[in-house]
Design a protein around this ligand. Structure first.
Ligand code: KMT
Ligand code: NI
Length: 196
């Protein structure tokens, strides 16, 4: 099961777990109330997995690619035909890319990731603006709703290989905080209020 917890206040390396003592775990139900969905899949079957196909069909995740991120390496495409796409980030040093992921931001669309190998941390803001850390690892598929403030970092393994999915043609634009004027943000805040 996916592990999540409230972040501690330490300013140490973000790749460390930052689990407070005593622990402050966060469950799947709490994540669901923030609009975050989670599935556990078998990544060894990702090329022909009926479970994955079902999710893609139900949620209209028509587009996909696979990216690899590591501390040393540039974002890398397995499918060379799509090599022009890394949200326009091709050509940046990998440390720059990784810093961009870790800058708090939101998107106008869902962020859907399926971890095929390796691991990492998605940090998301709860309804009271506190950071929750979600540790994703091999087999974890997660969607962050449009308008949620979040960030991503590799963990101490420094390696993740993930499928990115999208409804229609992908738009990777990250709107750094503050981005409260965006419609997607307004809609997300309304969604949270309606659940409170
Ligand atoms: C993103 O947009 O934050 C990423 O693609 C990070 C790597 S996927 C786990
Ligand atoms: Ni993002």
């Amino acid at each position: 099961m996916v592990q999540a917890w409230y972040l501690d206040d330490s300013a140490a390396d973000p790749r460390r777990p930052h689990r407070p003592e005593p622990a402050r775990p966060v469950g799947l139900e709490q994540l669901r109330r923030l609009g975050i969905l989670y599935w556990k899949l078998d990544p060894d079957r990702h090329e022909s997995d009926p479970e994955l196909e079902k999710i893609r069909k139900e949620r209209n995740y028509s587009w996909m690619d696979i990216v690899t991120l590591s501390k040393e390496k540039l974002p890398d495409y397995e499918e060379k035909a799509r090599s022009s796409r890394f949200g326009g980030l091709i050509g940046f040093a990998s440390s720059t890319v990784i810093k961009m992921f870790y800058t708090e931001h939101l998107h106008r669309d869902e962020e859907i990731r399926y971890v095929l190998d390796g691991s990492g941390y998605f940090d998301v803001r709860d309804a009271e603006d506190r950071w929750i850390r979600i540790a994703v690892e091999k087999g974890d598929m997660i969607t962050l709703p449009a308008g949620i403030y979040h960030r991503f970092t590799l963990d101490e393994q420094n390696y993740v290989k993930a499928m990115r999915l999208f409804v229609g043609e992908p738009v990777w634009t990250a709107h750094n905080r503050p981005a409260d004027h965006l419609e997607a943000r307004g809609q997300y805040v309304a969604f949270l209020a309606q659940r409170a």
